[in-house]
Design a protein around this ligand. Structure first.
Ligand SMILES: [Zn+2]
Length: 526
C-alpha cells in the first residue's frame, strides 16, 4: 500500500515572491481558509521575521484557527557563530505560534562558502542547534534542504551529511529543494531514490519551474519515494514559478492513483485556482492544464465531432473531476458537432437541417467579422431567430448621441436620446453618460426598465473593442464584445460595424434581448 502524500501549499510564502503578486493580511487570511477547506495538509504562511505583514498574518491566524490544515511559519537556521536560543529569526518562528515550522538551510557547499562565508562544520552546527532548539519547543520541524540537487551534484557527501544532521536533531521531514529550478526529472528521480534508501523519515520535494518541468520533477520524486510535496496554486512564484499544485495534485490522484487529503475535493480545484487569481488580481492563464478556461475547449471541427461522440477521444480526463467544464468553441473551424453540443445546452438544434442552417449563418457572419467564442448570447439569438423561440420584446427605432466638449473647462458631456417601441407604447428618452456607449446603455435601460424590471439586475462588466483587418478598398470595421451579468450568470454578446457606436449598440441590444429571452425561458420552466 502506497503511503499517503502530504501537500504543503506555499502560495503565501514562495508564491508571493512572484512578480506582480502582493498579498495583504486579509488576502492571506481568505486564501489560507480556502486552502484549508480544499484540504491541503500544510499552509506555509510566510516569513515572520522578514515581513511585518507576514507576522501580522500569524497573529490573526492565532485568533481564527484553520480547521484541519496546519499553518507553517518559515525561517532560516540561526546565524553563524551564535546560538539558536539567542537568534532573532529562530525566536520569531517560535513566536509565530504555528504547530509546524519550516527551517531552510544551505546544503550546497558552494553557498556555505561563498554566501554564508563560514565553514562546512559551522553550517552543520547551525542545522543541529536550530532543529533541536525548535524540537525542544514541541514544534513539528520540516527541514528544507536548499539547493539540494546542486549540492548533491557538487559535494554529495556534504549534502547528505546536512540531511543526516537535521534528521539526527529530530526533524520530522526532510524536503529536497531544487531551488534554482535547473534539475531535470530523471536526475531528480535518481537522487531522491538514493536519499530514500538511506533515510527513514518522510522525504519531501520542492521544485521550481525554471526548466519548465517543476511538476514533472515533483512527480519523479514521488515515484522515487517522496511522500511530501510542496508547491503553489497556479504555480505562482519567483522567476518562472513553483511547481503548480493545480497540475501536480490531479496528476498524483488521477494518473498515479496516490491518495492525499485534498484528493476528495478535486472537483473544487478549478474554483480554487480562479479564486487565487482573483485575490491576487492576476489574469487567468487560459491554457493552464486541468483548470484553464481552454483546458477542455474544443475548436477544430474534427476534434469537436470526435469528442461529441466519445469524450475520451480528445480528453485526457473528464473535466468535471477537477471542477472544470468542456466547451465547444463556435468558429469557422467548427463542424456541426461543436454547434450541436453547444446548442444542446439550450435544447435547440435537435435536427440536422436546423444545425446546417445555423452553421451556414454563423459562417457568413464570421466572414463579416463576427466572433462567437465569447458571445454565446448573440449565438443563441441567431439560432432562435432561425429556428423559432425568438420573441421581439421591443423595437429600437432611432438613436442620437451628442458629445459636447466645452472649451477650456475640460468637461465633456455626452447625451443620448432614444426612441423605442414597446408593444403599443412609444418611448422617447434622453440620458447622459460618461461616454457615448454608457449614455446609450443608460437611455435603453431608462426606456425599458418600466416594462421589464428584471433588467435592473443586469450590469455590463466588460467591454472590448477590436479593430478587424480592413480588406483593401473598404473602411476598417470594429468588433465590440460586451460581457453582461445578472445574479446567476454572465453572457457575452457581439456587434460589428465600421462605426464603433453602432457596433456597441448592436452588442448592447443583444445583451438586453438575451436577458429577456433567458428570463422568459426560465419562467416557463418553473
Ligand atoms: Zn522555493
Amino acid at each position: 500500500m502506497k503511503k499517503r502524500i502530504r501537500v504543503l501549499d506555499t502560495t503565501l510564502r514562495d508564491g508571493s515572491q512572484a512578480e506582480g503578486v502582493s498579498f495583504s493580511v486579509s488576502d492571506r487570511l481568505v486564501i489560507a481558509s480556502k486552502l484549508d477547506e480544499f484540504g491541503v495538509d500544510y499552509v506555509e504562511g510566510g516569513f515572520p521575521l522578514s515581513n511585518p505583514k507576514e507576522a501580522e498574518f500569524f497573529n490573526e491566524l492565532k485568533k481564527r484557527r484553520l480547521k484541519k490544515a496546519k499553518p507553517v511559519a518559515f525561517g532560516m537556521t540561526r546565524r553563524k557563530d551564535t546560538s539558536a536560543k539567542e537568534d532573532a529569526g529562530v525566536a520569531s518562528l517560535i513566536a509565530a505560534g504555528t504547530p509546524a515550522v519550516t527551517v531552510v538551510a544551505k546544503t550546497w557547499d558552494l553557498h556555505v562558502q561563498a554566501v554564508l562565508r563560514t565553514s562546512l562544520r559551522e553550517s552543520l552546527n547551525m542545522i543541529e542547534d536550530t532543529v533541536s532548539h525548535l524540537k525542544s519547543h514541541g514544534l513539528e520541524v520540516l527541514f528544507d534542504a536548499e539547493h539540494f540537487f546542486d549540492g548533491y551534484r557538487d559535494n554529495k557527501e556534504f549534502a547528505l551529511k546536512a540531511l543526516r544532521v537535521a534528521a539526527g536533531a529530530g526533524a520530522d521531514a526532510v524536503v529536497l529543494c531544487d531551488t534554482n529550478g535547473g534539475s531535470l526529472p530523471a536526475e531528480i528521480e535518481v537522487v531522491v531514490r538514493d536519499v530514500a534508501s538511506q533515510f527513514e523519515l518522510p522525504l519531501g520535494i520542492h521544485t521550481h519551474n525554471d526548466s519548465g518541468v517543476a511538476v514533472a520533477g515533483s512527480l519523479a520524486a514521488v515515484d522515487a519515494g517522496a511522500t511530501h510535496v510542496q508547491g503553489t496554486i497556479n504555480g505562482f512564484g519567483e522567476r518562472c514559478g513553483n511547481a503548480d499544485l493545480t497540475a501536480l495534485i490531479p496528476n498524483l490522484v488521477l494518473k498515479k492513483g496516490r491518495t492525499c487529503r485534498c484528493g476528495r475535493n478535486l472537483a473544487k480545484l478549478t474554483e480554487l485556482s480562479r479564486f487565487v487569481y482573483e485575490v491576487a488580481n492576476v489574469s487567468l492563464q487560459n491554457n493552464q492544464p486541468y483548470v484553464g478556461e481552454s483546458a477542455f475547449a474544443h475548436k477544430s471541427g474534427l476534434h469537436a465531432d470526435a469528442v461529441a461522440k466519445k469524450t475520451t477521444t480528445f480528453e485526457h480526463v473528464t473535466p468535471g473531476l477537477v471542477g472544470n467544464e468542456r466547451r465547444f468553441l463556435v468558429s469557422e473551424l467548427a463542424g456541426s458537432s461543436a454547434l450541436l453540443a453547444k446548442a444542446e445546452r439550450y435544447k435547440l438544434l435537435r435536427d440536422k437541417d436546423a444545425r446546417r442552417k445555423v452553421l451556414k449563418r454563423i459562417k457568413e457572419l464570421e466572414r463579416d467579422g463576427y466572433h462567437f467564442e465569447a458571445a454565446e448570447g448573440s449565438f443563441e439569438l441567431i439560432a432562435r431567430k432561425l429556428l423559432g423561440g425568438y420573441e421581439r420584446f421591443f423595437e429600437p427605432l432611432e438613436y442620437r448621441v451628442v458629445v459636447n466638449r466645452k472649451g477650456g473647462e475640460h468637461e465633456t458631456v455626452t447625451e443620448a436620446s432614444l426612441k423605442v417601441r414597446v408593444g403599443d407604447a412609444m418611448e422617447h428618452v434622453v440620458s447622459e453618460g460618461d461616454g457615448p456607449v454608457n449614455a446609450l446603455d443608460n437611455a435603453l435601460r431608462k426606456a425599458l426598465e418600466p416594462f421589464f424590471p428584471e433588467l435592473r439586475n443586469v450590469r455590463l462588466i466588460d467591454y472590448k473593442v477590436r479593430v478587424i483587418d480592413a480588406v483593401a478598398g473598404t473602411a476598417a470595421k470594429v468588433r465590440v464584445i460586451v460581457q453582461s451579468k445578472d445574479h446567476e450568470s454572465t453572457w457575452g454578446t457581439v456587434g460589428v460595424s465600421e462605426n464603433i457606436i453602432d457596433a456597441s449598440w448592436e452588442a448592447i441590444l443583444d445583451s438586453v434581448e438575451y436577458k429577456l429571452i433567458k428570463e422568459r425561458a426560465e419562467r416557463s420552466r418553473k
